[in-house]
Design a protein around this ligand. Structure first.
Ligand code: ANZ
Ligand code: ZN
Ligand code: ZN
Length: 843
């Protein structure tokens, strides 16, 4: 076994780890705890390079923390509900559960073949009734608390998914699963999670606890997605029917004296009443019909603002002005109150709109610096959007600054009962009903007899999916012969079970809570256990979940706290979003046929080399183009992994050359030769660099590079000392090799375990400790320079390699031995061979 055979080594250690339960947590409180979590995969059937990357990074951290003495919880599971299983059922007549469990088995085998250090006894799959039972239980608790509710609403509908989608899943107007498919709008009765209740707390977390642990770009996206705006609502009464008021939302109440119109969204709830009274009813109705038929995509993308006048008027309650009421495409029904006041002098969209339709433009806010030419200008080409001072036509508020005016005006509106201060959010409640059959059944019962919609009795949970669903029909749950037929828990009459399922993002909200206590059949998880392990110390996954999963799970955690299940609100301390693995500039995908199969790499070069090559390619956050990685190594196939394998074989050979000698010594060398000194410094410098790379920014590519450098340094030493059995030399080599193996552990754990054993250790590296470096030895790299006097070697000095010739000369002259030799002589000349030698000529 002198030759490195990755498969032999890897199989051996995977077996030992399995047999010895090496990665089970102890949870005995004798070590600090660390929860290392990676986003669980969807069981599509095969793992791809993106998974390998994600899990290699996570495994590196898990191993590093183990070496630091932590009790590490490192679990894995399956996000097992969702559309592809159902599509397979429709297309191939497969059963979605069988399809899913087969995929899980295949992918589990792949992950195990990669040797990730998971505690497999905690594995969960979200499609198991033992898991989704608790989705149902929580749904009921949240319903009872008013945090889950039902309403009729316009929702996003993906024609390909054939189901409604949450706003987060239709960002920018496209389906998250079908980036080429614009979503449609439909009116449906749906279940909603009241996540807007937590808007403030979600924002507070972004400014507070998450600030240092989460990537800035994720926090920014969440911040913008939540989109808090402070402003006011004001009622404008219809002059044609004063009992009807249109409530507008504005962030610039200070501009209200400049309003020239009230504009309502085409879908505004008042539209019907407006149409009834409109003198141009058919035109308005036609416009409304045309706009509402557009997809959200067309609506948000159409730069052209369009509107029609309703022929009705609304009274500005501040100055009694009678303003025309319009409806227009750029006013969104779901934002604010669904209506706005148009102030063209101070708002860009209103300006554009008013110019287009010839509405009057009146400036009411003026610049505070009188010398600014803007301050006297009429608004003709651009609106004035800054804050300023109110002009003389603003009644009692004239002369106030914008900020003061907003306060005074809001107070005025509040005391007169026609308005109030409000805060609005872009964040909407989360619609979780899905018209699909491979998901958690919603545990609610609709009863026509007593007119209630009530939760299923808790003792009847889980409501399981029938095994005999017919996927050839459109709605397998609704058409199943028995699934829907239940008795009303309220009145006992025959009633109907809800036939929607929950959005699969419900499953991923709390799976990592369940990992802490995966077999609990009395409650979702034991509170004490979860409190011990959470918040998660480190979470790694894809960027694409920045505003979906990562907002939902934060809000859900806050809800679980409010249900009394836990006592914290933020579930994740530190987050890393790893960069994508692409190929030649394009995303890898089945349809492009450009998938690099990790199995192939593993088969040829082994798991360690596969993992190492991916980690070496770039820092974790950065995108990796596999084509570029390949080209840079100059061969045609998977040269990065091949290079990694050759490197590991090099380490293997060196350890085997020294194995017997290393086993015969212990301890550290006391005094050493210059060559050994250089080697010890290299070892400690490498340890320092690797430690820093782990601790600061997780630069795993730097760790790999550091291992490679140290390997070269140890080979140099090997060349210098040959077959020596000199104790201090062997001690030096042993120290270097042990450091190298420890540094390799998080990156290539199988070979590390094997070599650790070769070096004489009898327990797994999971019991070992990271080597701490000696800061003295690790200090700036040193070159050893011989110093001659009149051509004869008299001393050696250690200097930084980037030292200038002048400094090198000075260092040589300052050396104690040299000083003693030359004090009573005259230095004629100093010859410096850069980085090599100093020769002092004296007389
Ligand atoms: C008058 C005004 C004057 C406005 C001014 C702005 C500047 P943010 O900041 O994004 O929250 N608005 C209100 N409801 C709307 C809706 N349903 N659809 C589209 N636009 C709407 O935007 C708030 C501003 O957007 C509000 O303040 C309103 O225009 C407009 F100099 O009112 B403003
Ligand atoms: Zn879709
Ligand atoms: Zn009933």
């Amino acid at each position: 076994h002198e030759k490195y055979q990755p498969h032999v080594v890897e199989e051996k250690w995977q077996r030992i780890w399995r047999e010895q339960n090496t990665f089970a947590v102890r949870d005995d409180g004798r070590r600090p705890r660390y929860y290392m979590l990676e986003m669980l995969p969807y069981p599509s059937g095969r793992i791809h390079l993106g998974h390998v990357r994600n899990y290699s990074i996570g495994d590196a951290v898990a191993w590093y923390k183990r070496l630091q003495g932590y009790d590490v919880l490192h679990p894995m599971g399956w996000d097992a509900f969702g559309l592809p299983a159902e599509n397979a059922a429709i297309k191939q007549g497969a059963r979605p559960d069988e399809w899913t469990y087969q995929n899980i088995a295949a992918m589990r085998a792949q992950l195990q073949r990669l040797g990730f250090s998971y505690d497999w006894s905690r594995e969960i799959a979200s499609c198991q009734p033992e898991y989704y039972r608790w989705n149902q239980w929580m749904f009921i608790q949240l319903f009872k608390k008013g945090l889950v509710y039902r309403k009729r609403a316009t929702v996003n509908w993906c024609p390909k998914c054939n189901t409604s989608l949450a706003n987060e899943q239709a960002e920018g107007g496209y389906c998250w699963r079908h980036p080429d498919t614009p979503v449609e709008q439909r009116e449906l009765e749906q279940w909603f999670v009241r996540q807007t209740h937590y808007a403030e707390e979600l924002l507070a977390g972004i400014e507070g606890p998450l600030k240092n642990g989460w990537p800035g770009h994720v926090l920014k996206r969440q911040h913008d997605w939540i989109g808090r705006s402070e402003g006011a609502e004001v009622d404008f009464a219809l002059s044609e029917a004063p009992a009807i008021t249109v409530r507008i939302f504005t962030t610039r109440l200070d501009t209200i004296y400049g309003a020239n119109a009230v504009i309502v969204a085409p879908e505004h709830p008042l539209m019907e009443q407006l149409l009834e009274r409109s003198p141009v009813r058919s035109q308005v109705a036609a416009f409304v019909a045309r706009i509402t038929a557009q997809s959200l995509r067309e609506r948000t993308e159409s730069r052209e603002k369009e509107g029609v006048e309703t022929g009705l008027h609304a009274i500005n309650p501040f100055n009694g002005e009678r303003l025309p009421v319009w409806t227009a495409n750029f006013v969104l029904a779901q934002y604010g109150t669904g209506a706005l006041m148009s102030v063209p002098a101070h708002d860009e969209r209103d300006f554009e709109f008013s110019r287009k339709y010839g509405l009057p433009i009146r400036r009411v806010v003026w610049d505070t610096t009188p010398s600014d030419p803007q301050s006297t200008l009429k608004i003709s080409t651009v609106p004035f959007m800054d804050e300023g001072v109110l002009g003389s036509d603003c009644g009692p508020f004239s002369g106030l600054t914008s900020a003061a005016a907003r306060q005074a005006m809001a107070h005025h509106a509040e005391t007169h009962g026609f308005g109030k201060r409000t805060v609005v959010y872009r964040l909407r409640d989360w619609g979780i009903s899905r018209q699909r059959a491979w998901g958690t059944p919603i545990p609610m019962i609709h009863c026509d007899a007593c007119g209630t919609i009530s939760p299923e009795k808790e003792e009847n949970l889980p409501i399981t999916l029938p095994p005999d669903l017919d996927f050839s029909v459109g709605a397998p749950l609704a058409t199943h012969p028995t699934f829907t037929k239940v008795t009303c828990p309220n009145c006992g009459a025959p009633a109907r079970r809800d036939t929607d399922t929950m959005d699969t993002f419900v499953d991923s909200n709390w799976y990592y809570f369940r990992y802490c206590d995966p077999h609990n059949d009395r409650c979702p998880f034991d509170r004490e256990i979860v409190q011990r392990w959470l918040p998660v110390d480190f979470y790694i996954g894809g960027d694409e979940h920045a505003v979906m999963h990562l907002i939902y799970t934060r809000a859900w955690t806050m809800m679980m706290r409010d249900l009394g299940l836990i006592d914290f609100g933020e579930p994740i301390r530190r987050l890393l979003t790893q960069g994508m693995v692409i190929l030649n500039g394009a995303k890898m995908s089945k349809s492009r046929g450009n998938i690099v199969d990790p199995d192939d790499m593993i088969r040829r070069y082994g798991a360690d080399a596969t993992r190492l090559s991916i980690l070496f390619a770039a820092p974790p956050e950065r995108e990796v183009d596999w084509k570029r990685v390949t080209d840079e190594y100059g061969a045609d196939d998977y040269p990065a992994a091949e290079g990694a394998m050759r490197y590991l074989a090099r380490v293997w050979r060196l350890v085997h050359r020294w194995r017997d000698r290393c086993r015969s010594v212990t301890g550290l060398p006391a005094t050493v030769s210059p060559a050994a000194e250089v080697t010890r410094r290299a070892t400690h410098r490498a340890l320092a660099r690797a430690t820093e790379a782990f601790e600061q920014g997780l630069r795993l590519n730097v760790v790999v590079a550091t291992c490679m450098e140290l390997t070269n340094d140890l080979y140099d030493f090997d060349t210098a000392v040959g077959e020596t059995t000199e104790t201090t030399d062997v001690q030096t080599m042993r120290e270097g090799l042990e450091a190298l193996v420890l540094m390799l552990t998080p990156l290539a754990p199988h070979i590390a375990e094997e070599l650790w054993q070769e070096l004489g250790h009898t327990t797994s590296l999971a019991q070992a400790r990271w080597m701490t470096y000696d800061p003295e030895l690790a200090r700036a790299p040193q070159l050893e320079i011989p110093v001659q006097v009149n051509g004869k070697l008299k001393s050696r000095i250690l200097v930084a390699p980037d030292l200038s010739d002048a400094d090198l000369e000075a260092a040589a002259l300052a050396d104690e031995r040299i000083r003693a030799l030359i004090t009573d002589k005259t230095v004629v000349k100093v010859i410096v061979v850069p980085k090599r030698l100093v020769n002092i000529v004296v007389r």
